[in-house]
Ligand binder design. Structure first.
Ligand code: SAM
Length: 253
């Protein structure tokens, strides 16, 4: 397993993602100051399914981490599946789904931490939700097809995002919606530069990920919307990393 992928198996990754997904606003922005619109990113990702007419049969959250978007999707869809490559993240998602309250420590300042507890959002329908370990690069046909597929901040963590995106239409029903969000943070730890979708010059001309998505997806999808989704990753009680993911929605023909 590449070192970059194994990060998602560590306790550090589990606690960071538990806080990112289920942390309360008082935990993330304790002074009440800051970009409040960047809170609750996984909930806003799930709400991408509500922006356009759509059958609410099956939803897939690919690269679901600890599963908050999948929980939110379970409120709208008859059946929701969350898949992640990391066994540790899926284990935490399943514990929450089974009703456990998980505890964690968040950094206040330097070595000082404080305990927090995290639980499922109240609108979750656990009976309509399942989590499983799996590889977005190699999804089994038995997974079936979906009305909504969310790939939130996944593509720049895949070894070959273009290959995954070229095949993703196989997992969508006709008229289903694919929602991709990404800050397009391409890193060689995750994919060799030859597989990046943007962020480099080709024949002296800049290649941008948005244009690559259009080229890869246009044979099977119509683009329906593009919007910005800000999000915050907490470092300590007075420091958060602010990013703006680009969200694009695509309807399968
Ligand atoms: C940046 S995180 C985003 C997590 C979540 N979607 C979110 O928006 O908070 C990337 C996630 O993709 C998962 N991942 C990486 N490679 C994967 C693969 N090949 N198949 C499925 N999940 C993968 C990681 O384990 C991690 O949970």
């Amino acid at each position: 397993m590449p070192a970059a992928t194994s990060f998602y198996e560590t306790d550090k990754a589990v606690s960071e993602y538990l806080l990112f997904h289920y942390g309360r606003s008082e935990d993330i922005l304790p002074t009440g100051r800051g970009p409040l619109e960047a809170l609750d990113f996984p909930r806003r990702c799930a709400e991408l399914a509500l922006r356009h007419p759509l059958e609410k049969g099956r939803a897939l959250d690919l690269g679901c981490a600890v599963g908050r978007s999948a929980c939110e999707l379970s409120a709208y869809f008859e059946q929701t599946t969350g898949i992640d490559f990391s066994h540790s993240l899926i284990e935490a998602a399943n514990q929450l789904k089974e009703g456990a309250t998980l505890s964690g420590e968040i950094v206040e300042e330097g070595d000082l931490t404080r305990p927090i507890t995290l639980e499922l959002p109240a609108n979750t329908r656990p009976e309509k939700l399942s989590f499983q370990q799996g590889d977005a690069m190699n999804l089994p046909a038995e997974l079936g097809t979906f009305d909504f597929v969310l790939m939130a901040n996944l593509i720049d963590r895949l070894p070959d995002p273009g290959d995954c995106l070229a095949k993703i239409h196989q997992r969508l029903n006709s008229q289903g919606i694919l929602a991709i969000t990404s800050p397009y943070t391409w890193m060689e730890e995750y994919a060799p530069k030859s597989k990046w979708l943007g962020g480099f010059l080709r024949d002296g001309k800049p290649v941008r990920a948005y244009r690559s998505l259009q080229e890869i997806l246009s044979p099977n999808f119509d683009e329906i919307e593009a919007l910005d989704l800000p999000f915050l990753i907490r470092e300590h009680c007075r420091k958060n990393q602010y990013s703006v993911a680009h969200a694009t929605l695509w309807r399968k023909r």
